[in-house]
Design a protein around this ligand. Structure first.
Ligand SMILES: [Zn+2]
Length: 163
């Protein structure tokens, strides 16, 4: 489907080359990043028996680690000038600054300010990561934060308005 280009909308006739065709459609784009972190699932307001019953080995006081895989998806219409919703290398920089640099090779229970006092389950991590990433997304809209704790276990969050 053809739409008027940005140049013709503003009435500019100065560019010699023809403006590219703009294709209508809403698209999802995803960037994947990795980090390694230690954590422990433990509710300090409960007894040791309760913690062992709910978390098993994951409540071990000496920590354990995961090779986390974080996938962040934006949705939007491609910009008529670039064909991008957002340059994925730009999204990578945002994810590193907001999440990876703070979590990689750190202890999620003790060393990450925005996780202070939170049980670092995969469910809680996707909500916390969304909250850290969302303010930096200026193009398209944040659609999904997916976190793999293992290749078979992952959680997804679609934001505070999702039910
Ligand atoms: Zn774990």
């Amino acid at each position: 489907m053809l739409k008027p280009s940005a140049a013709s909308k503003t009435g500019s006739r100065s560019s010699r080359a023809k403006a590219p065709r703009v294709l209508a459609g809403v698209v999802s784009i995803t960037r994947q990043v990795h980090f390694n972190s230690a954590h422990r699932l433990h509710n300090p307001s409960k007894s040791q028996e309760w913690n062992v019953a709910h978390y098993g080995l994951c409540t071990n006081p000496h920590w354990h680690g995961h090779n986390y895989v974080l996938e962040v998806t934006l949705r939007g219409r491609p910009d008529p000038d670039t064909g991008y919703i957002m340059d994925l290398s730009q999204l990578k920089k945002i994810l590193h600054r907001a999440v990876v640099d703070k979590c990689d090779h750190h202890n999620l229970n003790d060393e990450v300010d925005f996780l202070r006092g939170v049980i670092p389950s995969t469910e809680n991590l996707v909500i916390a990561f969304w909250n850290e990433i969302a303010p930096h997304i200026k193009a398209g809209r944040l659609h999904c934060v997916r976190l793999y704790e293992t290749p078979r276990n992952f959680a997804e969050y679609h934001g505070p308005d999702s039910k």
